[in-house]
Ligand binder design. Structure first.
Ligand SMILES: [Zn+2]
Length: 172
């Protein structure tokens, strides 16, 4: 299993929960990558692509960079020996490779564990960024503040995490 250890708070079944979130994240990433590569996404999925990456309502192109970041994130979740540490908030530290810190609240609901595992893994392995309130979305998938540019969206961690969730019909 890619997640070999869960440290921090004492939650029953925390290792199983983290491993399940990881397995499902990989499946959701794989599903999206395949559909994007085949350009076989449906109307709803294209709407989410254009929404999160600010590509414009009528866009039909799929930027290669998006597929690349999704692939890099998926590969790491599949192959790295990751420790999840339950912390006060979600973060990673490049000096501490293969440790993903997730807030305890992310363990309350499976879809949130998936969203934030992908968000943090994309930082750690695919070098995505945060762009403060312009780049974080609310639970409806809208950016909390306006002003994110298209260039920023293409390396914005929450854009990738929310895109994968919405693409696969999960709540955020
Ligand atoms: Zn982040």
């Amino acid at each position: 299993m890619p997640i070999t250890n869960v440290t921090g708070a004492n939650i029953p079944d925390k290792l199983t929960m983290a491993q399940t979130a990881c397995t499902q994240s990989i499946q959701h990433l794989r599903n999206a990558i395949k559909s994007l590569k085949d350009n076989s996404i449906n109307e709803e999925q294209r709407k989410w692509l254009n929404h999160y990456f600010l590509l414009g309502n009528d866009n039909t192109e799929i930027p290669a960079e998006i597929i690349q970041i999704l692939k890099t994130t998926k590969r790491a979740l599949k192959h790295e020996n990751i420790t999840v540490n339950i912390a006060f908030y979600n973060y990673v530290n490049k000096n501490n490779p293969n440790v993903i810190n997730l807030a305890r609240s992310q363990f309350n609901q499976a879809h949130q564990a998936i969203r934030y595992l992908i968000h943090e893994a994309s930082h750690l392995y695919a070098d995505t960024k945060d762009h403060s309130e312009r780049g974080y979305t609310d639970n409806a998938g809208n950016y909390r503040q306006p002003g994110l540019t298209k260039e920023e969206a293409l390396n914005n961690a929450d854009s990738y995490a929310c895109f994968i969730s919405s693409f696969n019909g999960l709540r955020l």
